[in-house]
Design a binder for this molecule. Structure first.
Ligand SMILES: NC(=O)c1ccc[n+]([C@@H]2O[C@H](COP(=O)([O-])OP(=O)(O)OC[C@H]3O[C@@H](n4cnc5c(N)ncnc54)[C@H](OP(=O)(O)O)[C@@H]3O)[C@@H](O)[C@H]2O)c1
Length: 357
């Protein structure tokens, strides 16, 4: 039985928390909340379960450390406040508490991460003999496990394309995801964060370089491209209200280039409602989203992953799968040697252990 703390209950945490409460091999011992309206509430209440757990949300990190959990599931917003997150994570790690996280997506490929990020966390791991593992669905599954599955079916690969094609209309996260990606922004407004030079290659370049390294391929360049699509009609959806002339879809990619040809491409096509950017590719069979890998090889392989749930929108189902990517690794991470862990370090059978309960 692993003693676990859930850190935050946002889009992802609201799904990892019931998984921790439900799994017989995990015991919820603490919950962190930053918002004043969540502090003092029962964990069950924070994730929509009816039976109280007796575990009350707190913003006191020292009190959570004093519980001596085996692992923290860290799903607080990370990329907008990385220095604060490094400090919070380091406190747990140096106290000997392992972390599985969806935050700090740069660490999905820890060997590619910049020193400012990797070094302090590695040192904290060593100080506490603890481990840190970061993953998700994208970045994460689509660029690692899904690609590895596709590549296991070919004798030769010429090019790999990874695509997330998603309708974010019902994604209730304008403040971070929506604003950053530029939804509701017109061409004359300030440049959205995602469009700034180097941002995309920071977010997805690690996965491209990591795959190249695993394939033994020397890349000449890792570059980015981005294309906005502006609506001529008003769009109202949960993510945002978009006026005519404002951006309602975006296509962007990070490409690993060899001999002037992109050989590893990580592409996103993200729209608000199905009517946006009608000329761009859609998920197959009228579905609202897909995580797709296409290998141009011998043979050609195409894997289309669709996550869905009767009670959830497709973006929420994606957050549920993101939670699964890390909750399922808790036991292995607790047994792992100290340091930053990548998905390829974990034997595949280890992360399905305990899933069928
Ligand atoms: N790789 C993937 O596929 C993938 C997919 C989805 C998300 N993610 C990553 O996972 C993380 C969580 O995503 P999300 O959509 O769940 O985020 P979110 O809902 O926007 O925020 C999660 C929580 O972060 C906490 N928070 C925000 N600002 C804070 C601050 N200044 N101090 C302390 N806590 C703060 C809040 O906690 P309280 O509720 O306690 O106030 C909030 O609920 C992000 O870093 C995101 O990039 C990765």
């Amino acid at each position: 039985m692993r003693r676990v703390v859930q850190f935050s209950t946002g889009n992802v945490g609201v799904h990892s928390l019931p998984a921790i409460i439900g799994r017989p091999d995990l015991e919820l011992v603490g919950v962190h909340a930053a918002s004043p309206d969540k502090i003092g509430r029962d964990a069950a209440d924070l994730c929509g379960l009816s039976e109280p757990t007796g575990i009350i949300a707190t913003d006191d990190i020292d009190a959570l450390i004093a519980l001596k959990p085996d692992c923290v599931v860290y799903t607080a917003q990370g990329e907008t406040r990385p220095m604060e997150v490094i400090e919070q994570m380091s406190k747990f790690l140096s106290a000997g508490i392992n972390i599985v996280a969806t935050s700090m997506v740069w660490l999905v490929t820890p060997r590619q991460a910049d020193d400012w990020l990797r070094v302090p966390l590695q040192q904290a791991c060593e100080a506490g003999n603890a481990s840190l593992y970061v993953n998700g669905i994208d970045p994460g599954y689509s660029g690692d496990t899904e690609v590895h599955s596709a590549l296991s079916l070919v004798t030769r690969a010429r090019a790999i394309t990874v695509q997330e094609i998603f309708d974010y209309a019902n994604y209730d996260d304008y403040e971070f995801t929506g604003k950053q990606m530029g939804f509701g922004v017109s061409a004359e407004d300030d440049t959205p964060m995602l469009f700034l030079p180097g941002v995309l290659t920071t977010m997805w370049g690690g996965a491209v370089r990591n795959l190249a390294e695993q394939l033994g391929v020397q890349l000449d360049e890792v570059r980015q491209r981005i294309e906005p699509w502006y609506t001529d009609k008003r769009i109202e959806c949960k993510m945002a209200t978009v006026e005519p002339g404002q951006m309602a879809a975006v296509k962007f990619a990070v490409e690993g280039v060899r001999d002037e040809v992109p050989v590893i491409t990580m592409e996103h096509i993200t729209r608000l409602t199905a009517d946006s950017a009608p000329g761009w590719p859609y998920p197959p069979d009228g579905r609202p989203g897909v995580h797709r890998v296409v290998v141009d090889g011998d043979p050609r392989v195409e894997l289309n992953t669709h996550v869905s749930h009767p009670g959830l929108d497709v973006t929420e189902a994606g957050c549920l799968s993101t939670a699964a990517r890390v909750v399922n690794a808790i036991d292995w991470v607790c047994r792992a040697p100290a340091g930053l862990i990548a998905v390829e370090d974990i034997p595949a059978a280890e992360i399905i252990s305990g899933l069928m309960w």
